[in-house]
Design a protein around this ligand. Sequence first.
Ligand code: NAD
Ligand code: MG
Length: 355
Amino acid sequence: MKRVALLGATGSIGSQALEIIGAHPELELVAAASGSQEIEGLAPLTQIGGDLTELLERAEPDVVLNAVVGFAGLPATFWALERGIDLALANKESLVAGGELATAAWREGGGRILPVDSEHSAAFQLLERRAPETVHSLVLTASGGPFRRRGRLDLSGVTPAEALAHPTWNMGPKITVDSATLMNKGLELIEAHFLFDLPYERIEVVVHPTSVVHALVRLRDGAALAHLGYPDMRVPISYALTYPDRAETPIEPLDLAAGVILEFSAPDEQAFPCLALARAAGEAGRTAPCVLNAANEVAVAAFLDGGLPFLGIPEVVEGTLNATDTVAARDLEELVAIDAEARKTAAALTRQLVH
Ligand code: NAD
Ligand code: MG
């Protein structure tokens, strides 16, 4: 039996994880948490909001599936990494906001991070047991989101409803807006840097509208390996929870004869400045990615509320980064303070742009 603690149990990842756990008798759900939704009875131990590490202490899990959205997911990530407990990680914000400290805790704790983000699950499988010196570069694919064909001028008036209509993935609202701005791929770039210990110049992002190829690894001899599959998060969730057994899932095998379109192009960084902002924050390191993440969370929430224009999102992020000095955070407590400060700056910038 594998004891699973599921954090973010009511979300898009959380509900698909419940389906996977329900289908595998060897997975035992011992604890579940949500932010505010009622979940009593879902698991022997449940918690709504609050300090999720208290729930984890009581649950004694073998694996923590962190599917909380946003910075609120950080304490649970650190809890698992410090103890060397398997971490099935969907909460990419953990590695963006806290990457340097989290990877140090990971090394010391000696446990595993099993990525749930589809691109990173794919990259993990492509890179596993591969000698690092044979790897030339990693390629992350982006669907391009609902506004892929639009130029910058066509993006000024887009509404939350339009941004929430993702062409290939059905996900929670925050990550869906991040996909529309391409910030999601920027966050994933930083996530990949920390997960796979690759410098930013060796991680490329390409647009691939059908989301069939999740990642590629280029090797030094000119070969490139790709990971393919229909866009269905149950595959990486199942892979992470049943690792290393790769249990069966109800997903249909890829039907190549039916016609699978493999098309790739460069992202339009003029129309979608969030990607370059994330790359620059990642390269700057220290607490720059934490500030980027905080500002983005504030801006996305303001956009979804209907006040901030779509193009205001990169503006708030860039303004917050410009207004904030970065430091090398010593611990999670300091990150929490930096996150809070960046949110204040971002909220002030947002108020100037809301109409
Ligand atoms: P969602 O909005 O559907 O669900 C978020 C979950 O987090 C909910 O259960 C909510 O109650 C919980 N939550 C929010 N604040 C909390 C708090 N303070 N304490 C405890 N629980 C809290 O989001 P989602 O789409 O499932 O995404 C979850 C995470 O997985 C995000 O980091 C996202 O980037 C990542 N991810 C999601 C997908 C996807 O397909 N949905 C794919 C890749 C990565
Ligand atoms: Mg992803």
